[in-house]
Design a protein around this ligand. Sequence first.
Ligand SMILES: [Zn+2]
Length: 201
Amino acid sequence: MNFCPDCGSRVTLQCVGGDDRQRFVCSGCKKTHYQNPNVLVAVYVCVGQEILWIRRGIKPAIGKWAMPGGFMENSETPESAASRELREETGLDIRPEQMTLVSVSSILHMAQTHLVFRCHLDVKPTPVETEEATECAWFSQDKLPWTELAFPGIERLVRQVYRWLESGNYGIRVGFIDDGGSQYRVYPLSPPDQDSESTAP
Ligand SMILES: [Zn+2]
């Protein structure tokens, strides 16, 4: 950040108050502009032992295989963001309530937090190709073109999800990636994982 988005004056990096890290502070209106991680969501649509993959039509990793996903928007829940991204990229209509968390991953060097969901369908729906997903395909673990993954860093998670599909015992994988490597822990879910609670808005 070079200029204040509010008033256009130049910003400088400063420690404010008792803060232990530098923030962008506006030289004009004096506002402190905090920068925080962006949240991305992605979804594994599962039918039997197969997962829906898309061939990316946009950068980065154009032409490679990924799962539908993207950045959360304001006023969305992670599940509704996953539902929207899936609809935008493949035309499939899956409700937020059908999304179950599989992974919370902090990509520290990119200041991103990834929330990944799974949903299970009995019958394969027919996705449509879009600008963002030029091809859609259902791959089992042995059919997936592993050398053509858009983001090779997700390989362990993908293998974990395929193992979960095979065993029917699911978990939630939580951890981080930084320049020095990665560290993850799997929290097992005791089936059934449909327990829920809600209050009136
Ligand atoms: Zn300003």
